[in-house]
Design a protein around this ligand. Structure first.
Ligand code: NAP
Length: 233
């Protein structure tokens, strides 16, 4: 990564699971980290755990489903003179209803968090990256949204991640080649979402997202990756 100053990364849903581990690994790599959480009490508690590891972390309130919350967060950061160079759209929910059991509210909730969240943050932070001519965006997606795998169930989750993958391509094209916009599948990871029986550790689950967040200037954009390797959408 070529850099004239320390880069700053914002991670949504940074208070637990894969998100806090992405914060930890980015801070360990020397980036300034904005740990964004919809609940600042939980966010501050998470940041205390990271600071115990020596990380440089600032907590911001950010509910990805609310455009107003995202705009307010972007304004607070701008007022503090903080430019976001790296955006990690990690916040997510995992509704498990089968298609015929799914109601409209449940379907919309998955889209609101997993798709609209990245829409709001991309609109808030990516234009400035494009203007500055440097940026990295990582959308934490899932193989459960892969069209080439027939969008395996659960349905609301799969549709939301397939749409997030499409948004990845759209934002990549809009941002231009100097802003690298990619999607990552972390694998099946031991978190509250993945469950204690999942085979992949949070450290490994965060790895591809962190790698994409720190891509060199000749790195890819508009791709979908797992274990640092390109996979089919
Ligand atoms: P997790 O442990 O359930 O954590 C989810 C995070 O998202 C929490 O920090 C949660 O905040 C936050 N969040 C939910 N709704 C939000 C909102 N409206 N605004 C802001 N933050 C919100 O999940 P995880 O396993 O770490 O998953 C992280 C990402 O990886 C998700 O996008 C998920 O789809 C993806 N993924 C996970 C797996 C897996 O096996 N775990 C597999 C593939 C993809 P609160 O604490 O406030 O609820």
């Amino acid at each position: 990564m070529s850099r004239s100053r320390t880069r700053t990364a914002l991670v949504t849903g940074g208070n637990r699971g894969i998100g806090i581990e992405i914060c930890r690994q980015l801070a360990d790599a020397g980036l300034q980290v904005v740990l964004a959480a919809r609940d600042t009490t939980r966010g501050r508690e998470a940041a205390r755990r990271l600071k115990g590891d020596g990380g440089r972390v600032r907590v911001e309130e950010l509910d990805v489903t609310s455009g107003a919350s995202v705009t307010a967060c972007a304004e607070r950061l701008a007022d503090a003179g903080i430019e976001i160079d790296v955006l990690v759209n990690n916040a997510g929910v995992y509704p498990t209803d089968s298609f015929f059991a799914l109601d409209e509210a449940g379907f919309r909730d998955a889209l609101d968090v997993n798709l609209m969240g990245a829409f709001h943050t991309s609109q808030a932070f990516v234009p400035a990256m494009a203007k500055r001519g440097w940026g990295r965006v990582v959308n934490v997606s899932s193989g459960l949204g892969a069209m080439t795998d027939n969008v395996p169930s659960p349905p609301a989750y799969g549709v939301s991640k397939a749409a997030l993958n499409a948004l990845t391509l759209v934002v990549s094209a809009a941002a231009g080649p100097r802003v690298k916009v990619n999607a990552a599948c972390p694998g099946w990871v031991r978190t509250d979402m993945g469950g204690s029986w999942a085979p992949v550790s949070v450290e490994k689950g965060a790895d591809t997202a962190v790698w994409l967040a720190r891509l060199p200037d000749d790195g890819p954009t508009g791709g979908f990756f797992r274990n640092r390797r390109r996979i089919a959408w």
